[in-house]
Design a protein around this ligand. Structure first.
Ligand code: SDX
Length: 378
């Protein structure tokens, strides 16, 4: 099939696959997973139930959810070998790389099943237990046994804080995991599907997703946004900081999006959580929140005419800080959530697999160059 000979840089505006998993309604600033409004899912559902929705294409009946949660919980525990892998990786590299190392090791001794869904469920279940222990080891603390009965969000808070989570901590993190679970084919998910299209394994697809998500233009933005608030330091310094930043052609981290040209619906939901978190936590969380409020207002004034608004990464630093998650792990928490989006896309794509192999428009020298022996090259 002949296509017009032009390059769509960054694949901007190019449809690369069909998927039923999410609809990004850019006109109204809404996001739906299999038709369900994510803001309603964040309010009423759980990350476990949303994972079922994304993997099975519908909400579960109670017995189905109980069986699914049972499978997740059994896989949330880490075997002694897995705990050893986590400690080895955590001591040698950063959080995202440690997660990737774990999944690389996991693909070496997969459960004896060919069913991709079993591997998908295992991969989703492991992420929070692995990250929680990566945080501990990198802080010089002893790893801890995961607590599956706390759920994926509660277990992660427990491992990071070494304490049984407060209700609000679990709720906030569960909502954030729901909101980050799936978003069509951003760079990391597209990469995961490219890997899967070669019939590599699902764990390798996750490794591709992780290594892609960690870039500051993508999943790394929440950490960058946090340090942006810290650099500003005081709500009264926002306007002068913004003037200088834009003059230096710096990007306001947590702003702008390739698809949303109006307010990211996830950011709207997290903003409300950030306000509650600031009230609950007070202190520096409240200061960070007040800086973020002023920066949002000033940056919208300056940038909205160009379709630049807050995205999901702008407000999460406030909530993560209130929960007790250190800034160096914000991207990895995003990854813990997005593992389900990656594996859901892989399982969906494998139903009608086609190797992904685009073309390049040649711009090099004329073909047929004569090979000149090195002695004659001057
Ligand atoms: C995520 O795609 C997804 O779905 C991703 C994600 C998901 O759920 O997986 O939603 C998660 O990655 C959210 C995005 C997080 N990234 C950031 O917050 C980093 C800051 N934002 C950007 O760098 C930027 O907005 C992108 C990368 C998100 C989108 O960039 P595009 O679509 O490639 O747009 P661009 O870089 O071509 O920018 C267009 C113009 C440029 O100005 P000019 O060169 O034309 O003069 O807008 C400017 C940019 O300089 N611009 C910004 C800006 N983002 C774009 N100017 C100031 N601040 C910004 N944040």
């Amino acid at each position: 099939m002949e296509t017009a000979q032009r390059v769509y840089k960054g694949l901007e505006g190019v449809y690369v696959l069909e998927s039923s998993l999410c609809l990004i309604d850019t006109e109204h600033g809404k996001l739906y997973y299999l038709g369900y409004d994510v803001e309603e899912l964040a309010e009423k559902s759980s990350y476990e139930e949303v994972s079922y929705l994304l993997l099975h294409g519908r909400l579960p009946k109670r017995p189905e959810l109980e069986e699914f949660v049972g499978k997740l919980r059994s896989e949330m525990r880490l075997t002694p070998e897995e705990m050893r892998d986590v400690q080895y990786a955590a001591k040698r590299t950063g959080p995202m790389d440690a997660l990737a190392a774990f999944y690389l090791f996991a693909s070496k001794d997969p459960p004896q099943t060919k069913d991709p869904m079993e591997h998908a469920i295992r991969a989703v279940a492991k992420a929070g237990s692995v990250l929680g222990n990566v945080v501990r080891v990198q802080r010089g603390e002893e790893p801890m046994e995961p607590q599956p009965e706390l759920g994926i969000a509660g277990n992660l808070v427990y491992l990071v804080t070494s304490k049984k989570p407060e209700q609000y901590q679990t709720e906030f993190l569960d909502d954030i995991l729901i909101l980050h679970a799936e978003h069509g084919v951003p760079a990391s998910t597209f990469g995961a599907v490219v890997t899967a299209s070669t019939l590599s394994d699902i764990y390798s697809s996750i490794v591709t997703g992780l290594m892609t998500l960690k870039g500051p233009l993508h999943g790394g933005a929440a950490e960058a946004a946090y340090y942006q608030f810290v650099e500003i330091g005081d709500p009264n310094r926002v306007e002068s900081w913004l003037e200088r930043a834009l003059a230096e052609k710096r990007r306001v981290m947590g702003f702008g999006h390739r698809v949303y040209k109006i307010y990211d619906p996830r950011a709207r939901y997290v903003k409300a959580m950030a306000a509650r978190a600031a009230e609950l936590a007070g202190g520096r969380v409240k200061t960070l929140y007040e800086i973020a409020v002023r920066l949002e207002q000033a940056a919208i004034e300056r940038l909205s005419a160009r379709g630049l608004y807050p995205n999901v990464d702008f407000w999460t630093p406030i909530v993560y800080t209130a929960i007790g998650i250190p800034p160096g792990y914000f991207t990895a928490v995003f990854a813990v959530s997005r593992v389900v989006g990656w594996v859901a896309h892989v399982v969906e794509y494998w139903k009608d697999n086609r190797l992904i192999r685009p073309l390049h428009l040649y711009t090099g020298p004329e073909s047929g160059q004569r090979y000149v022996p090195i002695e004659e090259r001057g």
